[in-house]
Write a protein of this length. Sequence first.
Length: 174
Amino acid sequence: MSVLSYTIDAQDTIVAVGGAWDDFARSNAGEKIVAALIIGEKLERFIHGDETLMFVRTMIMSARVLNRPVHRPYRCDSPTQKRFMAMTVQPRGQGAIEVTHQELRNEPIVHRVDMVAAPLGSGSRYAKRCSMCNRVKIEGVWSEVDEAVQAKRLVPTVTPTIKVIYGVCPDCAG
């Protein structure tokens, strides 16, 4: 399973990436986040949603203040695979942090639904998606996409692409 990492300095600027970063980015339609385009940029530029940004900042600050690693499971799905991941936020001295992402396992997605970030302030309809577990909140219910399809809260043949805003669900925030 793949292991990817990035290192930020004390000002949260990306200073290095590790593992097969570029290969992973390119194989997941991430041509805009290859190493040459992100090194020297602020990490927050690549995080969608205020709640998600606050969550990531809290993990980074915890690692810095406690001077010990912080571990967190999460999901990073592709259009066809549920990818179960682990993130480790490791202090590296002088305020630097190395964040490592390891794929633990994957499984196929039964009902493919493409999700795109909703433009902020557009007034468009959207679902909320948890940046940690990838569940979506549709009609007030947090669930896996497959569960939302089975419950008919989401109909992929009618809506193959849904607009989402990113946040953190109550289970992951707790």
